[in-house]
Design a protein around this ligand. Structure first.
Ligand code: UN1
Length: 500
């Protein structure tokens, strides 16, 4: 695979071919650190292009489904190896297209490599069950079967890792895929698809359609030959996806927002908690659904924690993620920049103290991109909008609490339930928090970011609709069970009746 640094002019990937949008329309992907730099030009697809891709996926399905699991697994393993061989180039491309600093971009590619290797193991595992029948001379078994053509709609913040969480298990289970990646990171998605092609994935098994949610994404969700939809994005869009899938009786797996909290208790190691808060709140410029966007701190350590947090936040270096020594990169685009800035006004308006940051960064080269200064609000109470709504940027809030009970109640007080964390040195407190924090992921003495692919990823309440990605049960989302009864008695045996 080639990772060139000049702007590319790409087509959709349909049945292994590069195909422009039928309408001829295009859109650009830009470098958020230098907004005038065009990374590539991509087709702005609509329902016609999606239909093409779905047909290609449908045509490829019978042969792919018939390919033995271990052979499908071998291709996925090779794809992980192709990603590994190109890790540095892909990471650099990711930093240019999406903005996250290079070390984090490497981590993103690594997460996809891990996922590929992990899922490839399922090729010789994908166990079903053999269960005793209630009747004589009869066997009962289960096996997994694919859905058929599935649609995957992925966000820009983990532009290779998140496609890998969906595409690898989908194709492992024998489905064929139409992937609609975020319009901000099309080139990363294209390179991911090319890694699978290079590994020997047959044409049509993975098709990539570029474009915007309202035309390309919606067409994937609505297409009658797309049997299941996997979506990561906002609650607002997730609701629409879910309603559409509900009407069409499709399986629908949603990973939506987060308003994750780190709880710092009075007995915590404060410096460790500050390390965690900095990484959790400002890593990826806060653009993770797992970002530590709330810091809930018990009164006795509030002053110490806040002082150290502000001092270290003020020292973070903002800049192009390709430059050594940069801690925080740009945010993804101008719309997000404005949105993040508007939350600073919201916070001020509702009486929180803006302790640091709170402005679009315009110094020197920063003016060329979409940079926001790392922002900390203090004196924040649970009912404030900045304590409830997902900002998805480098803004975090410090919320004082008076007890463990108050801390746990505050942590659980949003519509989201993705990732919650507690810093304490007390074993009993830690276990109580593990039990009472209502989220899909709980950390003890670590921040809310940094999930590993061998554990399930997903959240409670409005973070999703009860599904999990990755982990030991990853295939559950991408396959359905078939129950098989084999009666070798040679006579009619009636279940529930001939059981004497
Ligand atoms: C996301 O923000 O959508 O746990 C995914 C983490 C990463 C994945 C984040 N491994 O922070």
């Amino acid at each position: 695979m080639s990772v060139a640094s000049r702007a590319i002019d790409a087509g959709n990937r349909i049945a292994g071919q590069s195909v422009p949008a039928a309408s001829g329309r295009t859109f650009e992907s830009r470098n958020p650190a230098h907004a005038s730099e065009v990374i590539g030009v991509f087709p702005r697809s609509d329902a016609t292009d999606v239909d093409r891709a779905v047909r290609a996926a449908r045509d490829a399905f019978p042969a792919w489904r018939a390919t033995p699991w271990p052979q499908r697994a071998a291709i996925i393993l090779r794809a992980a190896e192709v990603l590994e061989a190109n890790k540095e180039d892909l990471a650099r491309l990711m930093t240019r297209e999406m903005g996250k600093v290079l070390t984090e971009a490497r981590g993103d590619v690594q997460e996809a490599i891990d996922m590929g290797k992990f899922i490839a193991g399922e090729g010789r595992r994908a166990f079903g069950e053999t269960v005793p029948s209630e009747l004589r001379d009869k066997w009962a078994m289960t096996m997994r079967q694919p859905f058929g053509v599935v649609g995957c709609i992925t966000p820009w913040n983990f532009p290779i890792a998140i496609p890998s969480w969906k595409v690898f298990p989908a194709v492992m289970a024998g489905n064929t895929v139409v992937l609609k990646p975020a319009e901000d990171t099309p080139l990363c998605a294209l390179r991911f698809a090319e890694a699978l092609e290079e590994a020997g994935l047959p044409p049509g098994v993975l098709n990539v359609v570029f474009g915007y949610g309202e035309d390309a994404g919606a067409a994937v969700v609505e297409h009658r030959d797309v049997a299941a939809v996997y979506f990561t994005g906002s609650v607002e869009t997730g609701r629409i996806v879910s309603e559409t899938c509900g009407r069409l009786l499709k399986k629908c797996s949603l990973e939506l927002g987060g308003k994750n909290a780190i709880v710092v208790l009075a007995d915590a190691d404060v410096e460790l908690a500050v390390d965690g808060a900095l990484w959790g709140a400002f890593g990826t410029a806060g653009q993770r659904c797992t970002a530590s966007s709330r810091l809930i701190v018990e009164q006795p350590v509030l002053h110490d924690f806040t002082e150290r947090l502000l001092e270290r936040t003020a020292a973070l270096r903002l800049g192009d993620g390709l430059d050594a020594g940069v801690d925080v990169g740009p945010v993804i685009n101008e719309t997000q920049l404005r949105r993040i800035d508007s939350y600073t006004d919201v916070g001020r308006g509702e009486g929180a103290t803006l302790a640091l940051g709170g402005a679009v960064a315009r110094d020197g080269a920063l003016a060329e991109g979409w940079f926001y200064t790392p922002t900390v609000f203090t004196d924040v109470t649970p009912a404030m909008r900045i304590a409830q709504e997902e900002i998805f940027g480098p803004t975090t809030v410090v919320m004082p609490v008076r007890s463990l009970d108050d801390a746990l109640a505050a942590a659980n007080s949003t519509q989201y339930g993705l990732s919650l964390s507690v810093y304490t040195n007390d074993l009993r407190t830690a276990f109580r928090a593990i039990n009472e924090l209502h989220s899909g992921i709980v950390y003890v003495n670590a921040p809310t970011i940094g999930a590993e692919i061998q554990l399930p990823f997903g959240g409670t309440r409005n973070t999703g609709n009860g599904h999990r990605e990755a982990g030991g049960h990853a295939l559950d989302e991408f396959s359905e069970w078939k129950s098989i009864y084999v009666d070798y008695s040679g006579r009619l045996q009636r279940a529930q009746i001939d059981t004497e």
